[in-house]
Design a protein around this ligand. Structure first.
Ligand code: SAM
Ligand code: SF4
Length: 337
């Protein structure tokens, strides 16, 4: 039988020969928003001792970077609502061999934290923005103040962040009429923007099929409004990019329902409970928290578990909008988007 794995220098190579050099770490399941596509209205959050401490987060990132990971995204929940999160950014920012420390945030705290995050070594920020109408924004986030997020975007620009990217989840009948105005805002502000298709993660109180808005239809609407040039850029993830002619803005379409990207997947996720998820769309995981706590001074058992994880990284995910139950029971805020 032919060996499926071609020779590679990286210890983080899965059974299909894909090299994992990118981790996404959720540092909290908590959030100051309750976006309708992400969370239920009433959420029970994890008790503090079931969440990785910031020291455990820093240790895990150091171990992964030692195994060849060069890009780390901190996410959540809302990472910036975690107390002392800045300490973690500073610790990770100091790691040699780490090329990129990046952040995904809802933007609500950036008006006061953008400067310090830049100083800590954060290279880029993705900021979620699903509507430019304050009332609609409040209704989608169930509590968010649009003005505070817009102030956060300005603070990030002033702090010197380049290539800031907006993330927008369009939902049919909710905000799918805002694709053009969100892109106009991105162009006016010299930002990039990605449209993310809603994924069936967690039971949030509505049928995902009823609000699903395909990126294919969004692209058609945007092509009618702007001259778009297809780009060959890829980040190893489910995004395809288009450049808006005569602007600095790139538009990404993150289409998790398409399987096209799985063969190039370069990432794994770590939940705020220290679960190593090999794929966002399946439940295969390795529990790292018990190992971190049983072996506070010796990384070998943790390294062995991470390497074992490479053997169970699946070839692709299994999202199906028409299931009555979500394929994956956990919420996006738990695993980290
Ligand atoms: N709180 C931060 C934020 O909103 O950017 C970071 C965590 S959030 C889980 C990360 C990204 O996941 C956000 O851009 C959000 O829009 C997206 N997201 C959350 N639930 C989703 C779902 N069910 N389908 C698609 N995207 C989702
Ligand atoms: Fe919070 Fe982000 Fe989920 Fe919205 S998408 S509820 S901001 S974690």
């Amino acid at each position: 039988m032919p060996n499926k794995v071609p020779p590679t220098a990286s210890p983080l190579t899965d059974q299909f020969g894909r090299v994992v050099d990118y981790i996404r770490l959720s540092i909290t399941d908590r959030c100051d928003f309750r976006c309708t596509y992400c969370m239920a209205e009433e959420m029970t959050f994890l008790p503090r001792d079931e969440v990785l401490s910031l020291e455990e987060c820093a240790r895990l990132v150091r171990i992964f970077v030692g195994l060849g990971v060069s890009k780390v995204r901190i996410t959540g929940g809302e990472p910036l609502v975690r107390k002392n999160a800045l300490w973690l950014f500073e610790e990770i920012g100091r790691l040699e061999n780490l090329k990129e420390l990046v952040l995904t945030s809802n933007g609500s705290q950036l008006y006061k934290q953008a400067d310090n995050l830049k100083k800590a070594g954060v290279k880029r920020i993705n900021i979620s923005l699903d509507s430019l109408d304050p009332l609609r924004f409040k209704s989608i986030t169930r509590s968010g103040e649009l003005g505070q997020v817009l102030a956060g975007i300005q603070a990030a620009k002033q702090a010197g962040f380049k290539n800031i990217k907006l993330n927008s989840v369009l939902m049919r009948g909710v905000n799918d009429d805002e694709a053009v105005s969100l892109v106009k805002f991105a162009i006016d502000q010299a930002l990039d923007i990605s449209f993310i298709e809603e994924m069936p993660l967690g039971e949030v109180g509505h049928s995902r099929a009823s609000t699903f808005c395909s990126n294919e239809s969004t692209l058609k609407i945007l092509q009618a409004a702007y001259p778009l040039l297809a780009s060959t850029e890829t980040t190893g993830g489910p995004a395809r990019y288009w450049k808006v002619a005569n602007s600095q803005t790139k538009i990404g379409f993150i289409s998790p329902h398409s399987h096209n990207f799985c063969e190039h997947c370069n990432r794994v996720r770590i939940s705020c409970k220290g679960e190593l998820y090999l794929c966002l769309g399946t439940d295969d995981k390795i529990e790292l928290m018990p190992l971190l706590r049983q072996h506070p001074h010796d990384d070998q058992a943790i390294i062995a578990a991470i390497l074992a994880g490479m053997a169970i990284k699946p070839l692709g995910h299994d999202f199906d909008l028409n299931r009555s139950q979500p394929a994956v029971i956990r919420f996006m805020s738990h695993t980290g988007g």
